[in-house]
Design a protein around this ligand. Structure first.
Ligand code: T3D
Length: 263
């Protein structure tokens, strides 16, 4: 197993993970999943890490599952695959539950599970030449990795159905217009802009941000009463963080706060 499948860059206060199989458009193999898991474990264990950027090497972000070993030999019966239980579902849950923001810097095409891994990130920023394809329907599959959950919530039912059933490429600019992603920027500004977002998060009140992630995720299924109760409970936790005390002190003293983040 090669740890070159995922490149890790350590920056002050954040990390950049680069999916690195450019000749196969960064399509996922089992080995690549294992290396990505280990890289995310390391980022989570490092309390100095307060944001994570995920991007792709070469001209693609990620083309989803590597389909090479899904080709059946003549006469071979189809077999059930366990890649969702083993890899994709834990990855999506992991990204949503990390105690800091995750930024997808989508540098090129994001197809299949690759598109939905991007959509699972907290902030999605894409270069103008990037695109999103729910390519599953092109090969007889169902959108996975949270696609059927993210799409209707992000762009509404009509567009979600069009994207999933027609499986056409959606260019980054339109994806931003539709509210599928946070921003679309010029290709050569992508990593600069994604870094600026990470730098912003690297000095932010990280524990508070983790609580915001929890509140927003829960709001998708909660009614207003339940959500108000949850906000009350999470706010009590936020009230107890040193960063809240520092935020208020800094505001009253008319200076920039110095948040301690995950410590
Ligand atoms: O079975 C299970 O485990 C279920 C799990 C499913 C999760 C999924 O993600 S299913 C969806 C899998 N992904 C796709 O269906 C996308 C397949 N790729 C494409 O449709 C196209 O490559 C793109 C639209 C993304 C880009 O098209 P284009 O024309 O820019 O590039 P290309 O020529 O098709 O690809 C370049 C190379 O990457 C090529 O290799 P070669 O011929 O130069 O050696 C191509 O085969 C390879 N590649 C691209 N995607 C995959 C791939 N190789 C293996 N698996 C891929 N997914």
């Amino acid at each position: 197993m090669s740890d070159k499948l995922i490149l890790t860059q350590l920056e002050v206060g954040y990390r950049i993970l680069t999916l690195n199989r450019p000749d196969k458009l960064n399509a996922f193999t089992d080995d690549m999943h294992a290396v990505l898991r280990a890289a995310i474990d390391e980022a989570e264990a490092d309390t100095d890490c307060r944001a994570l950027m995920i991007t792709g090497a070469g001209r693609a972000f990620c083309a989803g599952q590597d389909l090479r070993d899904r080709v059946l030999k003549p006469g071979e019966a189809p077999k059930p695959r366990d890649s969702l239980e083993k890899h994709y579902n834990p990855l999506i849950r992991r990204l949503r539950n990390l105690p800091f923001p995750v930024i997808a810097a989508v540098n090129g095409v994001a197809a299949g599970a690759g598109a939905n891994i991007a959509l699972a990130c907290d902030i999605v920023i894409a270069g103008k030449s990037a695109s999103f394809i729910q390519s599953f329907a092109r090969i007889g599959l169902v959108p996975d990795s949270g696609g059927t959950w993210f799409l209707p919530r992000l762009v509404g039912e009509a567009r979600a159905r069009g994207l999933a059933l027609i499986a056409q490429e959606l260019q980054a600019e339109k994806a931003a217009d539709w509210g599928l992603i946070w921003r679309c920027v010029d290709d050569d500004a992508l990593i600069y802009e994604a870094r600026r977002i990470c730098e912003h998060f690297s000095i932010a009140p990280t524990q508070g941000l983790a609580l915001i992630k929890r509140a927003l995720d829960a709001s998708a299924t909660n009614d207003l009463d339940t959500q108000l109760d949850l906000e009350r409970d999470l706010q009590k936790q936020a009230n107890m963080t040193p960063d809240y005390a520092e935020g208020v002190r800094a505001f009253m003293e008319k200076r920039k706060p110095k948040f301690q983040g995950r410590k």
